[in-house]
Design a protein around this ligand. Structure first.
Ligand SMILES: Nc1ncnc2c1ncn2[C@@H]1O[C@H](COP(=O)(O)OP(=O)(O)O)[C@@H](O)[C@H]1O
Ligand SMILES: [Mg+2]
Length: 379
């Protein structure tokens, strides 16, 4: 049976809702060769958004091409060059011969041994010693620009989880090198996105950093409740089940408009109802979801220090003056010098984020679990 909600995968077509403004802005940038930096917490829809904008532009403009790279498992410069060149070749070739030609034409210093997989020419490896390449990567870094020039294309290189660059050895020198090449590319633009907000911000908005002012900075938001209501109602209706607007609104509300969780909760409601959704099913679905995740949340809590947990308790209780003596005492947060440290540790673990200076718990289900099951037992 096909279910109408999708989570944990890229969404497109009728599974994708709204983001009209963001799509417009990204498409504009793709078309005009403007670099973009896109930041949001994970599971808010970055990858889906970039993919959708790219596929729309790609359909419209045959001369605009896209290369996708994910840095989630790239740990050093050598691996980066490998991915960068292989994905570029993959996305710009339609047959074996293209790959051979490009490498022949554009690699003078490096003569790769190309091996193709027997079934598919787009699965190939370049057989270079990437640790060696690392010493003189210029040809690799120029490859997209050279191909774009030759073909009369514009190429957009979209790099997911870009903040991982900070973990590389000698990251600053590497970032300098990338920027010095990339800013000279006339036919290639970069869309760099990532979910660790504080790390992305470090890379892109510190004046001392090589990628400072590199491109159009887009902070994507959650999706507004009115769009969710419309979306959820439509998805139910199109599969012959019914839900009213208030109920759809409640689903969005409980999941705090968090794209992944709204879809997951909606799915869980949809599965539970026969034809017409009843109010009590929403609460049952929510509670079941929380229980399903409770093991994970338990582990997450166990990885925190007691002052960090106490701090979360204070945030959950809506305390605002977290630095005040009174709150520090009430929640046993140690010393006031401690507060900044606790905050930073929780940000690094992606548990909280500061929104206009105010700490907010990132995961709405974790929040609900803490409220209902954890702190209830503790305070
Ligand atoms: N525009 C959207 N419309 C509907 N659901 C969305 C949308 N964007 C994201 N989602 C939901 O969020 C989940 C995570 O999206 P994804 O693009 O992988 O986020 P990210 O790359 O930020 O981690 C998707 O599987 C889907 O359930
Ligand atoms: Mg993603």
């Amino acid at each position: 049976m096909e279910t109408p909600f999708v989570y944990g995968k890229l969404v497109s077509g009728h599974d994708f809702t709204n983001r009209t403004e963001e799509l417009k802005r990204l498409s504009q940038n793709f078309l005009s060769g403007i670099n973009t930096i896109l930041i949001s917490p994970r599971r808010w829809g970055k990858s889906s958004l970039v993919t959708k904008a790219a596929s729309e532009v790609g359909k419209q403009e045959k001369n605009v091409r896209f290369v996708f790279l994910d840095m989630f498992n790239i740990r050093n410069e050598g691996e980066f060059y490998r991915e960068y060149s292989e994905q570029t070749l993959k996305a710009t070739s339609t047959k074996y011969q293209d790959i051979i030609n490009y490498t022949k034409k554009f690699f003078r210093q490096w003569i790769p041994r190309i091996s193709f997989s027997p079934d598919h020419f787009q699965e190939f490896s370049l057989g270079l010693d990437w640790q060696e390449v690392k010493k003189q990567p210029d040809e690799i870094l120029e490859l997209p620009q050279r191909i774009a020039e030759m073909k009369g294309w514009k190429i957009n290189i979209c790099i997911d989880e870009f903040q991982n660059i900070s973990f590389f050895d000698d990251s600053l020198a590497f970032q300098k090198r990338l920027r010095s090449h990339w800013q000279q590319h006339k036919n290639v633009a970069y869309c760099l996105y990532g979910s660790k907000r504080h790390m992305m911000i470090d890379v892109f908005s510190k004046q001392s950093m090589p990628f400072y002012l590199f491109g159009d900075l887009v902070l994507i938001e959650k999706i507004l409740p009115e769009h969710w209501v419309q979306f959820i109602v439509e998805r139910f209706t199109s599969t012959g089940k019914s839900i009213n607007e208030a109920q759809a609104g409640r689903i969005a509300f409980l999941a705090e408009n968090h794209p992944f969780y709204v879809q997951q909760l909606a799915q869980s409601c949809w599965l539970r109802c026969d034809k017409i959704l009843t109010d009590d099913l929403i609460d049952i679905a929510m509670e079941t979801l929380i229980l399903q995740l409770s093991l994970l949340f338990q582990q997450q809590i166990e990885s925190l220090s007691s002052t960090q947990i106490n701090y979360l308790g204070a945030v959950l209780n809506g305390e605002t003056r977290l630095n005040s003596k009174e709150i520090i005492q009430k929640y046993q947060l140690g010393t006031s010098a401690n507060i900044a440290r606790i905050q930073q540790a929780l940000i690094n673990k992606e548990i909280i984020d500061l929104i206009s200076g105010k700490p907010e718990i990132q995961d709405p289900l974790f929040k609900a679990w803490m409220k209902k099951h954890y702190f209830k037992a503790h305070y």
